[in-house]
Write a protein that binds this ligand. Sequence first.
Ligand SMILES: [Fe+2]
Length: 531
Amino acid sequence: MSDLDLTALHEFARREGGLSRRTFLAYSTTLAALPWLAERSEGAVMRRATFAGNPFRLGVASGDPTSTGVVLWTRLATEPLIPGGGLPPEAIEVQWEIADDEAMTKVVRRGTALATPQLGHSVHVEADGLKPDRWYWYRFRAGDVESPTARTRTMPAPAAQPDRLRFAFASCQHYETGLFTAYEHMVKDDLDLILHLGDYIYEDEGKPDKVRIHLGKECESLDDYRLRYAQYKSDPLLQAAHARCPWLVTWDDHEVDNNYAGSASAIKGVDSLALLARRANAYQAYYETMPLRRPSIPRGPRMRLYRKASFGRLAELLILDTRQFRSDQANGDKPADLNDEALDPKRTMLGQRQAGWLQSSLLTSTATWNVLAQQVMMALVKRKREAGMLYSMDQWAGYAAERIKLVKFLAERRVPNPIVLTGDIHSNWVNDLRVDDRMPETPVVATEFVGTSISSGGNGTSASKGLEQLRSENPGVRYHDAQRGYVRCTVTPGIWRTDLVEVEDISRPGAPAVERASFIVEAGKPGAQAT
Ligand SMILES: [Fe+2]
């Protein structure tokens, strides 16, 4: 969709939200005025910029590696916490180089890129022509200033059979409720990759009496979201984790607004086009902040984030987007039984295109382990609520027909060794998945590891109340706790190992981490085993 293609936007909005023409016109001006993305600069270019301060205060990052390339990212800002980042509204030329060694003496690729004001002076370089399965180091230069040097890597060649993949996954890093100490431990783990499964930021306004405080009001405008990302990105522990290895990222709800669904706000009375206008701002700021490839450049309120990454033939990582295309939550997003509305086959979590892409990706995968990296809990888990044992309608349970169909597909098509990775609910869960989790007599098809939050919710508890009842009502649940931390996975051709790593106290710097529990899955033998 181009900036002037309002007819397409209108059609899109009508399809998404069934909007009236009057409502559409009311918002079309706002949408048309958004700083639509310029991949090339239309104004002046500062080739030898001079800066009043360090323009690399938001750090550097890399992501979306292939066997021959990787995205190198930075976003220039001398004053990250003010609109405009302290830079002139002009494009700035940035040099980049990637080398075989940390001292940057053996440079293998270099080039220039433009940091344009239209994209918040972010830089996304798709470095290519690299060797498979290798570590590299990279840095940027703007004017006379050099960025820190950071480490990244390529994936093994598509036909390679690697011995081991070691990665961590994280989610839910509310800046106010705790420190990002988990990343301080993660960087010591000798990881090939880090996956972020969403809630990289939280959109809400600052509240007093927390560990830290959000700057500014609740995010709605592009500047609001840019400022919020800049505040999060200023965290040195988060920057260090980005500098350590490539990341694969996807979003959940708080990158836009709590529990939004497609073009539907969770707040009653908010019009679909108002949500789409906000979504366009949020998606643009997300793209600007993340090491993503060109297919992920947003077009207004649309952005392609679902994609795959192959670690040779050891693991296929299918990265899903369960927010942008989903139907509005069933039963008013209140906990409910798996009633007719939750089981309505017309309801979708992935949207038709993504679901089709997922199926064909699974069928063509030649990997030993097939990993769905996504946001919301796939196990159908009922939990104690005031009105009895009920299911969350924001999770796959609220899209139960599609959920059952997906796991049935995994079973019937004999997709090898499916593993589901999940974030969202600020707690650790190990769940064995069946086609219908309400039928424990049927075979286990896949295992889901739900990773706890980096900081959301503040310091947690070792087990939620009523754990025994939870497990007796949900036979697929193998483990649960509600501490803070991250999840580390070591994948070999024969064994998948998951370690739940927990930080003892996220309200004080430097707290130690412990390995709370570990589970393995044997290739060819579905189901988690405690170690
Ligand atoms: Fe969250």
